[in-house]
Design a protein around this ligand. Sequence first.
Ligand SMILES: [Zn+2]
Length: 220
Amino acid sequence: MPPTATLEDIKAYQHKVEKDKITPHNLPPCPRCRVDSSFFKTHAYRERRFLIIIEMLVQAAYCSLVRFKCPGCGKTFTNYPDFAIPHKHYTQPSIMGFSASYLNCEHITYRQAVMVGGSVPGYPQNDATLAPSTIHRWITPLGRFTQTCRTALMLLLQQNPLSSICRSLARITIPQRKYKTKRRKKQLICCQQLMIVEAFFQATFKTSIFTKLAIRHAFG
Ligand SMILES: [Zn+2]
């Protein structure tokens, strides 16, 4: 089974949105005026298209995301479900899962990393399949969440000073065949760091760093 959010995950979130169960309480305070997130008001709903993989086919699924507004300064924020990565249509498990299979294995190429059990997920509209370059493109922005990673690491160490996360981060190595420039090497390292931090964060706080820290860093 390919890494993906499921239709059930998306339906469950939509159900929560409809029942008014999405609250801003676990979000950080407004980065602009420091108003506590529990005072945020629901501002708008925005329909969002996600791409999930069902029986090796890439399919669209729709879900509403909630936008909150800070009553102090009027800034608005989108609340992201754990299966979403801001500005990406594919879901977090797909993006992180395929990227991890490329990064975690020394000899694997992008072409091999898109394979699931000997075949590649395809698009139902035509004969196209998930392109190896897609994984290359996913890793680039994942390597840019350095500030989010730093904040998440701080929160993790506050919560558990004896965490083994620093040891895991120190062990990251990128085989030389995976990059031609120093810039790419840095992107690959940062992406690996993000994956490790996200795994520890999920285990510790039961939520994604993308959900929890979205507001603070605004993903700029
Ligand atoms: Zn504010």
